[in-house]
Write a protein that binds this ligand. Sequence first.
Ligand SMILES: [Cu+2]
Length: 155
Amino acid sequence: MRGRTNGMFRTKLLAVGILALVAVDARAADIAVKDAWVRGAPTGIKVSAGYARIENAGPVADRLLSVSTPAAGDASVHESSEKEGMMSMEPVEALTIPPKGAVELKPGSYHIMLMRLPGALAPGGTVPMEFTFERAGKITVDAKIAPLSAKEMPR
Ligand SMILES: [Cu+2]
């Protein structure tokens, strides 16, 4: 019983340590990239999508210019929309993050289109994603890989 309690305590400490690392990684100036995740993909599937919440704590707007990840040969920001009952999506030149605001990349809305996947994205793992902002520069986070059917970030 004592050993088990110790183990749980250590697990909690480890989790806090990892969260602290991610928080430091994700922050450059006023921009923070949070809760990044990508949809899993089996071998042979070449397309997936990534999502995150981008927060701007500063007094001026910033713009997300590009995203890159070793998990995809090509990554770009897209916006999904519904037109006459049909879902479609278009590339977004630069995504504006308003001052003292946030933009949510989520299924059915803004997303990072991942194309030319070099291999499977196994659920439960993580992939690094580098976000490049006009003002804040580059911010790299580890995105969690969710099951293929996920509608929201794996917790
Ligand atoms: Cu897309």
